[in-house]
Design a protein around this ligand. Sequence first.
Ligand code: ZN
Length: 124
Amino acid sequence: MEDFIKIEMYQCAWCGKIYRTDQRHQCKFRPSFRNCFSCEHCRSIKVINPQEGRYSEKRIECEVRGDIPVLALSVKDWKWDCPEWQLISGYTGKNTYSSRVHAKYLQEPEAHTAASEDDDDLPF
Ligand SMILES: [Zn+2]
């Protein structure tokens, strides 16, 4: 018996993360989901009331449909299937998205409840 055994790993072609299985990762950067992360119309991510140590509400700024809460995409496992969706030219995944879309940090009155998102929903 040797001290190490060989294992297999999988890398997501869209975001670059490494996984032990190729079955469970539903990548939000996958173009077949037709969501904002691969769409030409996404202009920015608005982060509402950013506070250290707390989750902030995030909204996609879509030039066609206005603001879309990231939480709304998240609860559909990123399968948005938007009729206005248009693939970014030359799209290769997270890198393309990150170089185009930047976060805007906004302060708004505490009228709405903060969305409960995990760290995986951060814009970059
Ligand atoms: Zn991925």
